[in-house]
Design a protein around this ligand. Sequence first.
Ligand code: GLY
Length: 371
Amino acid sequence: MRETIDTVPVNLGDRSYEVRVGQGLIARAGVEIAPLLRRKRVAIVTEETVAALHLAPLRAALQAEGIPSEALVLPPGEGTKSWPQFERTVEWLLDQKVERGDLVVALGGGVIGDLVGFAAAVMRRGVRFVQIPTSLLAQVDSSVGGKTGINTRQGKNLVGAFHQPSLVLADIGVLDTLPGRDFLAGYGEVVKYGLLGDARFFEWLEVNGPALARGDRALRQEAVRHAVAMKAGIVERDETEQGERALLNLGHTFGHALEAATGYSDRLLHGEGVAIGCLLAFDLSARLGLCSQEAPERVAAHLAAMGMKRRLGDIPGDLPGRDGLIALMAQDKKVQDGRMRFILARGLGESFVTSDVPRAALASLLDEALR
Ligand code: GLY
């Protein structure tokens, strides 16, 4: 079993930080966080499900280094990324007398990371925070790169800020506590990295994905490390998404529309929508003659080998028709000058951004996918 801890630097000048990936990082949290502290105390924000599993070990690890902590435990679920819970979090942090030089810890999945990061971004015009991501999705994507925010009734992530964490501790051991479905949904984001920019990583996943899903921790660590290193590179080159960072949205234009169509319910988890969306993006790319038919076939075969949802028919319940889905896609954040933007591919690992997708091609893709 691999016992080493990998360190992935994110080089952003005076906002640089490290992502540590390995087992037992929650048990080491005091040692990892202590050097960042100006005074020995931290405020932790988490949610009920995560708190039941990981809050006491985290607080004990901090206490072992003489770091007292207070904790706010929010309700679980996407509904927590809201104005009311945001207000509650900011008020609580102010009540804890968190100062500019202090550190806030976000312990949880993407919902907690985004909400707490945003609270840290705005309170006292910015306090530092540490991400301790507890879902695979948060470890490989949302905890790294500084996107923070909440949802409003107008849509997801429409209010937020770029605020980079000061440290990310991705403890591979916590993935053992995830329900299988959540793990595989997070894996959708892992596959995305291979598909968007690294065919060799996709090939590695084709070989190692099934064992990794069964629980091999060394393979899990390597997959998370590789995905984080890819994301760090992209964020270093394009922190505020003026260009390349948009590639991280591969599969998301379709995925977000499907999430909206299913009411952001447990009919479809975010990462499941991303995986289905990646396959649709490759199907569309092949249809437009950008890549060979073999590429979407390999994507589909890998998702099938992993036991993942991959087709619209795998989503339980009814979906809107083709025009309804296109209307939902047109509401995406990535729409520019009224034109939908897509991440398409010239092959496995060769994605690019384009607005140049004829509506007829999209319509016939969806007609077939809905059949
Ligand atoms: N999750 C996409 C990004 O961080 O840009």
